[in-house]
Design a protein around this ligand. Structure first.
Ligand SMILES: Cc1cc2nc3c(=O)[nH]c(=O)nc-3n(C[C@H](O)[C@H](O)[C@H](O)COP(=O)(O)OP(=O)(O)OC[C@H]3O[C@@H](n4cnc5c(N)ncnc54)[C@H](O)[C@@H]3O)c2cc1C
Length: 238
């Protein structure tokens, strides 16, 4: 985005004021930690969603809720602290705010409730993507989550920048594509893949499916190393 002219300001916004010309003046704390301001035509807020349970009067039932987000605390079967009330999707605490995840959780819950199924939703390896001009996609753990789950120093992080073949004839684009793989040191299982590059959403989910197909229910770094991939594709650089 930067190479295409988008300017990034690393800052903490404090307030927005309307100017006489109907623009928006944003006051923020800049990188020098001093108050700064800038004027913009349009402001997009991407602050996430928070549940509003007031109309449903849930408080009277005494649900367990997370103090910060107000979301309902659920167990692995999507059951709230009240045994015959379930919660899926964005209102459930520590669940991804994603449409396909909510749909799948709903399907599986319906099957468990009405068709005798025991299958639980697997919330860990949900591929996700951000449709920025250079797409970002990931599946599995971030470094922060890997530290929480495995402990500091218990995993290796492999990463590389590269230029894919389709950019070879463009002088503007450099080595901006990036891939990061997080591997459990103990058994060499790949715990997370992060990819920044063309068609990242398609790449991450198709690749992940393929890997699952070839290697069973886990990925192993050394097995990826032993495969032969097309030149200048994502896996060629791994
Ligand atoms: C701007 C935006 C962009 C997004 N982009 C993406 C994306 O690109 N990809 C992606 O995967 N996810 C995206 N999401 C997230 C995705 O929309 C949610 O994760 C998903 O809709 C969650 O499903 P849900 O069923 O939990 O909630 P919702 O889809 O919000 O459904 C809740 C429903 O409950 C209804 N409702 C609320 N209160 C009551 C009441 N008192 N009585 C009866 N009905 C009520 C609402 O009208 C609504 O229809 C986006 C969300 C937003 C806000």
């Amino acid at each position: 985005m930067q190479s295409q002219g988008t300017e990034f300001i690393n800052s903490i916004p404090h307030s927005i004021e309307k100017t006489p010309t109907n623009q928006k003046k944003v006051l923020y704390e800049g990188s020098s930690k001093t108050p700064e301001s800038a004027i913009f035509d349009t402001i997009l807020l991407a602050v996430g969603r928070s549940p509003d349970f007031n109309l449903l009067n849930l408080k009277s039932l005494g649900f367990s809720q997370d103090k910060n987000t107000n979301k309902l605390i659920v167990n692995e079967a999507d059951c709230t602290s009240i045994s015959n009330i379930f919660c899926i999707g964005d209102c459930a605490f520590q669940r991804p705010e994603l449409t396909p995840s909510a749909i799948m959780a709903g399907r599986l819950l319906a099957r468990r409730l009405f068709a005798g199924s025991k299958t639980l939703m697997d919330y860990q390896d949900i591929a996700t993507t951000v449709f920025t001009p250079l797409e970002y996609a990931c599946v599995g753990l971030s470094e922060e989550k890997a530290e929480e789950k495995l402990g500091k120093g218990e995993f290796s992080v492999y990463h590389t920048y590269f230029k894919p073949l389709e950019w070879s004839f463009s002088s503007e684009k450099g080595d901006q594509c990036y891939v990061k793989v997080i591997v459990n040191k103990k058994d060499q299982k790949v715990m997370g893949v992060h990819y920044l590059g063309p068609n990242a959403g398609e790449v991450i989910q198709v690749s992940f499916e393929e890997f699952l197909f070839y290697f069973g229910d886990f990925l192993e770094k050394f097995k990826i190393k032993n495969l032969i991939f097309f030149e200048k594709t994502l896996y060629f650089f791994l």
